[in-house]
Design a protein around this ligand. Sequence first.
Ligand code: RM4
Ligand code: MN
Ligand code: MN
Length: 400
Amino acid sequence: MATNPSHSSSSTSETIAKALDGLKIEVPSWAFADTGTRFGKFLQPAAKTVEEKFADAGQVNQFTGACPTIALHVQWDVPEGSKAADIKKLADRYGIRPGSISPNVFQNQEYKYGSLSNEQASIRKQALDHILYSVKVAKELNSRDVTPWFADGSNYPGTTNIRARKHWMSEGLKSTHEALGEDQRLLVEYKPFEPAFYHTDIADWGMALIYARFAGPKSRVLVDTGHHYQTQNIEQIVAWLLDENMLGGFHFNDRRYADDDLTLGSIDPYQVFRIFSEIRYYEWETGRRADIAYMVDQSHNLKGKIEEMIQTIMTAQDLYAKASLIDFKSLSKAQEEQQLIDAENIFKDAFNTDVRPAVKEWRRSKGLAEDPLAAFRESGYMERITRERAGRASAASSYA
Ligand code: RM4
Ligand code: MN
Ligand code: MN
């Protein structure tokens, strides 16, 4: 096993075990439902009910031991009329608790021109009411984070007042913040485009930061790795937000062209490593643990949904383990002394270390299967749900 020069093999294992003990990653309910592109859906024996989403997500937690919570979208999973007690029963039954709560203010007809920053006051109010309802749901489910994502924006230049929309969005987020419980947080997510193709009202981390600061002290920024322009330096954004104490959480996925929702690390694993490295460096330097909610936001279209999620979590664990091996003492010395090649090599040594044996060892020590994917495949769960859910799928086209 190749090791970082500063680590003996046993301390490598210990370092990795300690790091993985502290890495919990939330999975999204919508990753287990049938989704597609705007050209169509390819159906799987996917989850249709919230119970099935808990069941499938519970499998990911059972085999990885790292995903104790599931993110819920209110309209899809806990619509008006559903009872918190029922959700709590599902949590007990399937071994996974509700996590972050996301309002849905993007799909209903009334949100055609936006939600909190819609020109019409009545629509803004309707959106705010739904978001406040989502805060209430979060409180009932003991969920800490409320994570709205907005499709608000415009498609054509000159068609809307960008500054007025900024004010409306700010006010709406502030009202949301006022409704939060003592320990709750509001995470502000940004996205440069889609479905709005000319401008979005929270286009980047700077705008999200300004909104979050205006909303109040329990707000932080949420970084969805897929919501950036090509070649954007995401780890620098992460470093800045950490330094400003404003990084609230991640939505992990990978991208090639846009918000592709691909498996984490499938296109650029080094980027995920670089992001984790900034977090570990911050923690090493400050002696403080960064209070970050790690979540996955992927919509699995072609691969098996549960398998892809297990693959995602295993990838995150490997890359986090690699980042935990960076010898920050030597790195910061090399940086100070402007030894560029040495600094870069210390960084890359950690990335190039084969952490898989140590990660397996960590799993064994937790009573988990060394290979969660293989264990899941052997469990017979897929065969069972394929039988149980057969016959109910109907062909679906997003254009029909
Ligand atoms: C958006 C965004 C949000 C997610 C929705 C489903 O692109 O990433 O976080 O809630 O998709
Ligand atoms: Mn997201
Ligand atoms: Mn997205």
